[in-house]
Design a protein. Structure first.
Lengths: 118, 99
């Protein structure tokens, strides 16, 4: 089993990256790999509670982050500095996550077999 | 790990965040618009010089040539061609392409 890390650095609806990442995560998890997700920079906006997309005509895919647990994807890590820069904290997020400082996040990233960035 | 950055440091936080997360001994390859970070006088110069002390820093020469800035490359940044790019990817066990 390989350690796959998905690094999410884009806000959810301005580009397709966030949704594409989520789809690849689900595919990878179905192959029974060790999957972790990291949210950095604008990627932390993907997890913000209360997204309402009806009026922009794009599917709200944020509930899917809550479904990850059902695919045994339980390692969600969020960068502390990225949250703070955006005036967010853990209670603004729609799933339980582990908030890491730069040192811990860098160490986690360095120990992966595969890193895919979105 | 070989970190690959392709965005201008003036357009995106990719380089800044990559440098924050990079561990000593890792590689950093600047390609496409990211090569502007490796030019003298840019506001990213200090960050690149600091990075050179702990990381191996490379820039893709064809991208520097195309943009007319090869002569401005910061000392300590190694220039590679496409063959060198392939060698780097083979040499490091993991790559991380910061989009």
């Amino acid at each position: 089993m390989k350690k796959f890390m998905f690094v999410n650095r884009k806000a959810p609806y301005g580009t397709i990256y966030a949704l594409e990442s989520l789809e690849v995560v689900l595919i990878t998890a179905s192959f029974d790999q060790d999957v972790s997700l990291v949210f950095l920079d604008d990627g932390v906006y993907e997890l913000v509670k209360g997204q309402q997309t009806k009026d922009i005509g794009i599917k709200n895919f944020s509930p899917s982050y809550r479904a990850l647990e059902g695919y045994d994807v339980e390692k969600l890590y969020v960068d502390k500095q990225s949250l703070e820069q955006r005036g967010l904290n853990e209670s603004d997020l729609l799933v339980p996550v582990e908030v890491l400082d730069t040192k811990a996040m860098a160490a986690l990233m360095a120990e992966q077999d595969v890193v895919l960035s979105f | 790990m070989l970190n690959i950055v392709n965005k201008s440091p003036f357009q995106s936080t990719s380089l800044e965040t990559c440098l924050r997360m990079a561990q000593p001994g890792q590689g950093l390859l600047l390609i496409e618009d990211a090569i502007y970070a490796a030019t003298k006088g840019s506001s990213a110069e200090a960050a690149i010089r600091t990075a050179c002390s702990t990381l191996k820093v490379y820039a893709l020469q064809p991208d520097m040539d195309a943009r007319g800035v090869s002569a401005k490359v910061i000392e300590g940044v190694a220039l590679v061609d496409y063959g060198g790019f392939v060698d780097l990817v083979a040499q490091y066990s993991t790559t991380n392409s910061w989009l």
